[in-house]
Write a protein that binds this ligand. Structure first.
Ligand code: SF4
Length: 328
């Protein structure tokens, strides 16, 4: 069953400085997230992957109401939680939570770990009396000793801070957790521990994860579906095994080809990405990837491609996908 449906969501920021266009009397906006549509099924994981600056984190923040979106719609569990695109309904924030990219910075240094992980109860369940017991339950749930409740954020490691972030995110038994780079900055063994913990919580509590990451090994390991994002747009979306086995969008193919192989001494770099991502202020016409695309043709710089179904069943936005579509 579909838990979250996003349609044509666009996030824009006003342009400041010399490019603002103030002399025209009109504010100029730059689109950081451009018309994203996707669905997430209950109890599953959807990963959004792409290079830095692709708009992944902005999209995640928009879903939480932390960044306003300019247009588009969002349906969660059959209801629209953003009335007139304002602040999200309280009931929505009870069921949707976020693991932030920088777990230490997201924890107030003056509060104990116990106070931090029970904060969601203070906001959404003020009737709950025994917060100490809840803090202990949550710490044990994420594999930390119960006496961590007395510590302060500066007294714990990066991996422990991630666990605390996860404990806080699942405190209210949410149906959806938005995890922004859940393993960034951790060494490989701690990454594995955090991912296993997330997988266990998903199996036990049927929580859905929308995971934002640039780490394709994490995407492969964790997600049921994968969306590849480039300059604010999703360029390919489909079942993870199919997207990785036969990517149809040249950007998705290059990103996957550039992923370090898990085989010792073996590096895959046949279609390594060349060039830099363009600034959103100077978005290329047509397909935004065309200045870097080895398969670009004249049509690509003139007309933006529309999504179509690839031979593997993924949705791909490319005039010349690497595989033929079923009707070609
Ligand atoms: Fe490359 Fe053209 Fe496809 Fe864009 S539309 S990814 S430029 S082939």
């Amino acid at each position: 069953m579909t838990l979250l449906s996003v349609r044509d969501l666009t996030v824009s920021y006003p342009v400041r400085g010399p490019l603002a266009g103030w002399w025209t009397g009109q504010k100029r906006f730059v689109d950081v997230v451009c018309g994203i549509s996707l669905d997430l099924a209950e109890g599953t994981t959807l990963a959004i992957a792409g290079e830095s600056g692709s708009g992944k984190s902005t999209f995640a923040r928009a879903l939480m109401g932390l960044t306003p979106f300019r247009s588009g719609s969002l349906i969660f569990d059959g209801k629209a939680p953003f009335p007139a695109r304002g602040r999200p309904a309280r009931a929505y924030l009870h069921q949707v939570s976020m693991m932030f990219q920088d777990p230490v910075a997201s924890l107030s240094p003056r509060r104990t770990i116990g106070a931090l992980i029970t904060e969601p109860f203070r906001i959404h369940r003020p009737d709950l009396r025994n917060l100490e017991a809840e803090a202990k339950r949550l710490l044990v749930l994420v594999g930390l000793p119960a006496d961590f409740a007395q510590r302060y954020p500066h007294q714990i490691s990066g991996g422990q801070a991630r666990r605390v972030g996860l404990a806080r995110a699942v405190a209210l038994n949410p149906r959806l957790v938005i995890a922004d780079e859940p393993t960034a900055g951790l060494d490989v063994s701690v990454q594995g521990e955090i991912l296993n913990l997330m997988a266990r919580l998903q199996a036990e509590q049927s929580v859905a994860f929308l995971m934002i990451t640039h780490n394709l090994a994490v995407v492969r390991h964790m997600s049921d579906r994968t969306a590849i994002m480039y300059m604010g747009r999703i360029v390919e979306e489909g079942p993870t095994d199919r997207v990785f086995a036969s990517p149809a969008h040249p950007y998705a193919a290059a990103l996957i080809a550039a992923e370090p192989s898990s085989l010792p001494g073996h590096h895959r770099h046949s279609a390594a990405l060349k060039g830099e991502v363009s600034s959103p202020l100077h978005r290329p016409d047509g397909c935004a990837f065309h200045p870097r695309c080895p398969a670009a043709r004249p049509l690509c710089s003139a007309t933006a491609p529309l999504p179509q179904v690839s031979a593997s069943g993924a949705l791909v936005s490319c005039h010349f996908p690497l595989q033929r579509t079923p009707d070609q």
